[in-house]
Write a protein that binds this ligand. Structure first.
Ligand code: MRU
Length: 354
């Protein structure tokens, strides 16, 4: 067995005690620069989530959970009474949960921290919020490892095509779909990873390729529009992606372009897998039609990083996510195992094991 050469990068960390701060690896700067953003107040946390300094469904959930601890720290430093501290933390938590709409993990993690807050002074809220956020972070490390093991066991032979970034940068651990890939690699399997560049924000070329190069796994970046040609060539054994929200029937919201990739994979008989923790499922939605899809600034398409790529006056359509119907998904890898076929009964059974 040949280990991977590099350790996975850390996407976020808490510094200090209950009145400490949240540090985020600024993913908008990668791969060129390693810069950390320090969050000592709630507006900085919200800005970091909205501008994708921290991104990926599990990672924004963890950042949101720590964000509640940041709010409680503000209440301590501001000398707020117990009632005022609670009102401040609840208001901040609601604002954090609303920072991005599609990934269900954000609201889930924030609600989990709010749910355990004791009655008492600001200092008690801060200690409890931090402990719960750290528990969510720790759990995510274990979930990623379990997803990696379950997925590696069923990963078909051949090269792997992935979309967006689902690695350590997107989670509190080793990743979801990318953990499947790196776990299979670490067990001695050999293949090439094809990484869609993932327009318009290039999470595939900037982040997935960076993580894989750092870990010594061979990666080739391709334009999103080259995926059909690549799949037609027969070189790819499977596609595997992450998820931002999975409805009860398995319909899956993920980064824009995932749906098109799943259609192409089906057209060429290439199995298409999703990997996600149980916190990415939203069983209140019977299917994907109810998943809120974030629309982002047209400027991300027409002038990414300030570089004009379209004439002034051209409009742009910039949905950040799309929904892949369950019928196009061969299996969903969770921390409990693999749901296949993907349907409401299989998902309910799998999540019932938690
Ligand atoms: O807009 P982003 O970069 O936050 O979108 C991320 C994705 O779509 C990921 O594929 C998804 O969150 C899964 S991350 C393990």
């Amino acid at each position: 067995m040949q280990p991977t050469t590099g350790a996975p990068p850390e996407s976020l960390r808490w510094i200090g005690g209950p009145e400490g701060r949240l540090d985020l690896l600024d993913q908008t700067r990668l791969p060129g620069r390693i810069e950390w953003v320090s969050c000592t107040d709630v507006p900085t946390v919200i800005e970091a989530i909205q501008s994708l300094r921290v991104r990926g469904a599990p990672a924004i959930g963890i950042a949101g959970a720590y964000g509640v601890a940041v709010a409680a720290g503000e209440a301590v430093r501001g000398g707020l009474s117990a009632d005022a501290a609670r009102a401040h933390v609840v208001g901040a938590a609601n604002a954090i949960a609303a920072a991005r709409p599609t990934a269900v993990n954000l609201g889930w993690a924030v609600a989990r921290v709010l749910g355990i807050l004791p009655d008492g002074p600001a200092a008690a809220l801060a200690a409890a919020a931090l402990a719960e956020a750290m528990a969510i972070h720790d759990e995510d490390r274990r979930l990623c490892a379990a997803i990696g093991r379950h997925g590696a066991a069923i990963l078909p032979e051949g090269d792997v095509l992935t979309h967006c970034n689902t690695g350590a940068l997107a989670t509190g651990g080793d990743g979801t779909a990318l953990a499947v890939i790196t776990t299979a690699w670490a067990s001695g399997r050999r293949f090439r990873v094809w990484a869609d560049e993932t327009r318009p924000l290039f999470q595939g070329s900037r982040l997935t390729a960076w993580e894989l190069v750092e870990r010594g796994v061979p990666v080739t970046v391709l334009c999103d529009s080259a995926a059909g040609h690549l799949l037609a060539s027969g070189r790819v054994g499977c596609c595997i992606v992450g998820a931002d929200r999975i409805a009860a029937n398995g319909d899956t919201a993920n980064k824009i372009g995932t749906y098109g990739l799943a259609v192409l994979a089906a057209a060429h008989g290439v199995p298409f897998f999703v990997a996600a923790p149980s916190s990415s499922f939203d069983l209140t939605l019977v299917d994907g039609a109810g998943i809120p899809i974030e629309e982002r600034s047209p400027a991300e398409v027409t002038a990414p990083w300030g570089q004009p790529l379209a004439p002034a006056g051209a409009a742009a359509y910039n949905p950040a996510f799309d929904v892949t119907p369950a019928r196009l998904i061969r299996g969903i890898v969770t921390e409990h195992g693999v749901v296949s076929p993907v349907d409401a009964a299989g998902i309910a059974r799998m999540l019932g094991r938690g």
